[in-house]
Design a protein around this ligand. Structure first.
Ligand code: SAM
Ligand code: SF4
Ligand code: SF4
Length: 353
């Protein structure tokens, strides 16, 4: 195959691509599996993702070699950050080997590409050291509550919270200095866990980030009434632990610092304060399709088929550039003008959060 990922690429590096709204392409999310060991009601509700649900057959998954080849092409187009996600990325066998190869990629100046991963933490205690040794730079763990009852209501499985907390502890022990915890907040389901979660992670060196519950996919039955807004979250936390805003954030999460100096929190207000203007992210699905928005209806290119039909890295580069250049997505900014019939959105577990 002319695209053999084993070959050393001599693709020339280019300045960052910009889309039709002037946004540069800077980071890539790669979903390495569409499967998961949890059934979070807001992402993979059990009624839909049950035993009749057809997950991708193994042959449709991008191999690690194919992922590497695609990642290298993205790096040649200016990407400097890669996040592995899913589904649950730790379910993909040997994911640490993929991390090791990706972490070897460098930009034109020889600086390493930053490789990160988002996990539900269930398998983290087993995997943390291997991931650290493989060169994973940062880790985000999702956790929606501290009580087993709340965790079960959100994740719809019988895993105790201590499994995830042990995973986080193992990651710290393995030497991860930058760990974030993501908490999706749903009204009347886990909003009473806002303060206990803040208390638990305050002064721990871990940044807790609160995420507004989003209308991703078409299966979670999303209703605006269930969204606990960024404003409400800040009010609850701030009433107990005074906060002050820290700079502009990273374009996605707002950063807030505890006034007593004991750490910070993040808020991802994708529903009430859309950040589409700063959205610089491309997404690669488990089966090699490109999506330019989390709320996309359709893939913009099929890189797996291109690779398996013998296309070269130059061809991939052209295809990626073509779909970024015409990108106009800004779903979160216009969601309130759209009706249900406008969209059959893709599931988050398939393109990765
Ligand atoms: N399984 C891994 C995990 O849960 O961390 C990685 C994939 S998951 C799709 C990535 C992130 O998306 C998680 O932090 C999850 O909480 C978030 N997420 C999923 N569905 C969401 C929704 N409807 N609204 C807001 N965040 C969501
Ligand atoms: Fe699985 Fe993550 Fe989706 Fe929960 S949010 S169902 S852990 S992919
Ligand atoms: Fe980016 Fe689409 Fe989310 Fe806007 S709605 S921030 S364009 S992923």
């Amino acid at each position: 195959m002319p695209t053999s990922p084993a070959s050393t690429s001599s693709l020339p590096f280019s300045p960052p691509l910009t889309d039709a709204r002037g946004r540069p392409m800077r980071d890539l999310r790669i979903s390495v599996t569409d499967r998961c060991n949890l059934r979070c009601t807001y992402c993979m509700p059990r009624e839909i993702f049950d035993r009749n649900h057809v997950f991708l057959p193994r042959s449709d998954l991008l191999s690690f070699e194919e992922i590497l080849c695609i990642a290298r092409t993205f790096v040649s187009l200016g990407i400097r950050k890669i996040r592995l996600t899913g589904g649950e990325p730790l379910l993909r066998r040997g994911v640490e080997n993929l991390v090791r190869e990706l972490a070897r990629l460098t930009d034109e100046g020889g600086a390493p590409i930053e490789v990160t991963l988002t996990t539900n933490g269930v398998l983290l205690a087993q995997k943390a050291k291997a991931l650290k040794d493989a060169g994973l730079a940062r880790l985000t763990v999702s956790l929606d509550g501290l009580s087993d009852a709340v965790f079960k209501r959100m994740s719809d499985v019988d895993v105790p919270v201590s499994t995830v907390l042990n995973g986080i502890a193992s990651a710290k022990q393995a030497g991860f200095s930058s760990i974030k915890v993501n908490m999706v907040v749903k009204r009347h389901v886990n909003d009473h866990e806002l303060l206990p979660m803040a208390r638990h992670f305050k002064d721990s060196g871990i940044t807790l980030r609160f995420i507004e519950y989003m209308d991703v996919g078409s299966t979670n039955g999303w209703r605006m009434e269930e969204v606990v807004t960024a404003g409400e979250i800040l009010e609850v936390i701030g009433s107990q632990y005074p906060l002050e805003r820290l700079g502009a954030g990273d374009g996605v999460a707002q950063r807030w610092r505890y006034r007593d100096g004991k750490g910070e929190i993040g808020i991802i207000a994708s529903v009430t304060q859309a950040f589409c203007d700063g959205c610089t992210r491309m997404r690669l699905s488990t089966d090699g399709k490109l999506y330019t928005c989390l709320f996309a209806e359709d893939a913009k290119a099929d890189l797996k088929t291109m690779l398996r039909n013998g296309k070269t890295e130059e061809d991939l580069k052209q295809a990626i550039s073509d779909c970024w250049k015409i990108r106009e997505d800004r779903y979160s900014q216009i969601r309130h003008q759209l009706t249900e019939s406008h969209f059959k959105k893709i599931e988050m577990s398939y393109i990765g959060g």
